[in-house]
Ligand binder design. Structure first.
Ligand code: NAD
Length: 368
């Protein structure tokens, strides 16, 4: 029986509570599908600073290096973060450091709004069709956020000039396009590539390369859309999208816009993938939200984002597609049977009952 090694870094705030539920569901899946998970927990974020003086302790980084994947909670506490220099703060010193260390260039953000949670979506019901199911694939290490030159010049007299540079090379676009098309093959086989080819040189190159890569995936329908129209279409007709492929900044913005229609931050998982020896297998899997200090330690957090992140890990790092799908459908069933944490509860919904973090985890683990 194959053993997969997982570094479980719960972090701060609600991290421990939701991680515990994800591990519970993983254990239920392990016994059903007959694989072995070696899960080792280690501190990160303020938990790392308190235990070992830094947000990403050496032992934690060493554990990640010898693991097959990282299951990450969330880090950072708004009350404590400002008390230390920016570069030592958890999000920068732990999360960004891990992304860099492992070359995590592909960010996957699925947004799935089941029909029964229509009330949790800000869009009118008629725009939600049979439920929204979009995967935003965002390039994570290139584009405007990292391009050089990047500087602010003092022109004198209180006048400054700030420069950011958008740069992409063919191989950077190719590798993220492959991730997008492969994901589309496993879904509804449609890929919408987002760009600004009418204005940006980067957009022209992006469109050319994505079109060329798409020829390797004849089963996937490719369409191109300008980013401004993409932002509008997400609000008008989100059901038209399957996979949205975006460069870094466009993906940053559109994935948050898509998240807003996903019901709650507590429902949204994410995967950040990198390459090991040419194969994309290593990944960091985490909820889209943060440490939610307002509800931490009260058994109120929705564990679904963390649980679905663990399903992404089984699929993308370990190739355990059946087990991943079993977790996703268990989440769906727990929701359909009326289990609601506070963030997705509506008193007007008949048959729904408010449950805590632990009870939601139990309900999902029971039906995996
Ligand atoms: P947040 O995402 O933690 O919380 C925003 C709102 O969403 C809160 O009302 C919170 O209760 C709710 N929420 C989030 N996750 C939820 C869940 N699982 N179930 C139910 N409700 C949930 O954002 P914030 O308050 O702006 O940030 C809090 C801290 O988290 C900050 O220190 C921030 O830097 C950090 N943060 C970390 C990450 C990360 O580790 N990747 C991401 C975002 C924010």
């Amino acid at each position: 029986m194959k053993t997969y090694n997982i570094a479980a870094l719960a972090g701060d705030g609600i991290g421990n509570e939701v991680m515990r539920e994800a591990i519970k569901v993983l254990r239920a899946t392990e016994s059903k599908f007959k694989f072995k998970l070696a899960i080792t927990e280690a501190p990160v974020g303020w938990a790392g600073i308190d235990a070992a003086g830094k947000a990403l302790p050496d032992v934690t980084l060493a554990l990640c290096k010898k693991s097959d994947a990282i299951l990450f909670g969330s880090v950072g506490l708004p009350e404590r973060d400002p008390t230390i220099p920016k570069e030592e703060r958890p999000e920068r010193a732990a999360l960004l450091r891990l992304r860099k260390e492992f070359g995590l260039f592909a960010n996957l953000r699925p947004v799935k709004l089941p029909k029964v949670l229509a009330h949790a979506c800000p869009l009118a019901k008629e725009r939600q069709g049979d439920g929204i199911d979009i995967l935003v694939v965002r390039e994570l290490t290139g584009g405007m956020y990292f391009g050089q030159p990047k500087k602010t010049e003092d022109l004198g007299g209180g006048n400054f000039r700030a420069t950011d540079t958008m740069v992409y090379t063919t191989p950077e676009i190719e590798r993220i396009a492959h991730v997008g098309f492969k994901a589309a093959e496993l879904r509804r086989k449609k890929l919408t590539s987002i760009d600004k080819a009418n204005v940006l040189e980067n957009g022209i190159l992006w469109r050319e390369v994505v079109t060329r890569v798409g020829k390797n995936y004849p089963g996937v329908t490719l369409e191109h859309m300008f980013v401004d129209n993409g932002a509008m279409q997400l609000m008008l007709k989100p059901t038209q999208f399957d996979v949205m492929l975006c460069e870094n900044m466009f993906g940053d913005i559109l994935s948050d816009e898509a998240a807003a229609i996903g019901g709650s931050l507590g429902m949204l998982p994410s995967a950040s993938l990198g390459t090991t020896s040419g194969e994309i297998t290593f990944g960091l899997y985490e909820p889209a939200g943060g440490t939610a200090p307002d509800i931490a330690g009260k058994n109120l957090a929705n564990p679904i984002a963390q649980i679905l992140s663990s399903a992404l890990m089984l699929r993308h790092s370990f190739g355990l597609n059946e087990a991943a799908a079993a977790i996703e459908s268990a989440v769906q069933r727990a929701i359909e049977s009326g289990h609601r944490t506070g963030d997705i509860f509506s008193a007007s919904e008949s048959g729904a009952r408010k449950v805590g973090t632990r009870e939601m985890g139990d309900a999902i683990a029971a039906v995996v």
